[in-house]
Design a protein around this ligand. Structure first.
Ligand code: HEC
Ligand code: HEC
Length: 209
């Protein structure tokens, strides 16, 4: 059969057919290879079990792409973190380097991959009284852009509901220190919060389980 085919196809033609098949295989394998290093810190399918590393599954592809660009441009702080699992376990990496090493096309593939995975809310302790007060703050100042307690990926603003408390606290610290940029209208609201408001907010987001 092979001889029969090759007799009818010119060598060039056969090369084209083989190359096309080869490319398809490479593309199919690619996204899994691309996201493998992410699992070393962000856990299986982007559902981090480490409280200072964010759950990235289920965020919109737009948010993930924008975020990777912020890291690439070093607009967001990039602390070195130890890789928790996989072949490079124990080595250190940071998000700015990781984002800078990815092409635009690969970043898009990765973002779409994680956007298609479910955001699994963190199981963590929270204070119900603080959560109740936090809801009040959220509904007054944050709801407009972070709908449904910050659980709607379509807001392209990160998922807050069910995100890890230590990660959220870090982000609030970075925003307060002007180390992470935020939209102008969020800044106006954010500047009016005091420490108690922020503490109540993180318990509110943690109450989504
Ligand atoms: C060495 C550990 C490590 C690896 C590997 C890693 N990350 Fe991260 N990532 C982090 C940490 C830590 C943060 C939180 C940074 C901060 O505090 O601002 C983060 C933040 C993010 C965020 C922002 C989440 C949000 O809600 O704003 C995205 C998106 C992200 N990483 C995607 C990826 C992708 C995609 C990969 C793989 C290509 C990857 N990360 C690999 C540690 C890692
Ligand atoms: C005008 C719209 C707007 C308002 C109002 C707003 N935000 Fe945001 N928020 C955004 C956008 C857009 C992002 C994503 C951009 C970025 O990286 O900062 C964001 C990001 C965040 C993040 C980081 C999410 C992550 O996964 O890392 C937190 C935390 C947050 N907002 C909290 C709040 C809180 C608390 C309030 C109310 C006091 C608020 N925001 C009000 C638009 C808004």
């Amino acid at each position: 059969m092979i001889r029969y085919v090759s007799e009818f196809l010119s060598p060039l033609c056969l090369a084209v057919v083989l190359t096309a098949a080869g490319t398809a295989n490479v593309l199919a394998a690619d996204v899994n290879e691309l996201v493998e290093p992410c699992a070393g810190c962000h856990g299986k399918d982007g559902v981090s079990t480490e409280s200072d590393i964010p759950i990235i599954a289920g965020n919109s592809a737009t948010y993930i792409i924008d975020t990777m660009v912020s890291f690439k441009d070093e607009e967001r702080p990039c602390e070195e973190t130890e890789i928790l699992d996989g072949p490079r376990k124990g080595e250190k990496e940071d998000m700015c380097k990781i984002a800078a090493d990815l092409s635009e096309a690969d970043t898009k593939l990765i973002a779409e991959h994680f956007a298609g995975k479910p955001f699994v809310r963190a199981k963590q302790e929270f204070d119900a009284d603080k959560a109740k007060l936090g809801k009040g703050v959220h509904d007054t100042s944050c709801k407009k852009c972070h709908e449904n307690g910050g659980s709607s990926p379509d807001d392209d603003a990160g998922i807050l509901a069910g995100q890890w408390i230590p990660y959220l606290r870090d982000q609030f610290e970075e925003y307060a220190a002007d180390e992470r940029p935020m939209p102008k209208k969020m800044k106006t609201k954010f500047e009016k919060l005091n420490e108690t408001d922020i503490e109540n907010l993180v318990h509110y987001y943690a109450s989504f389980q």
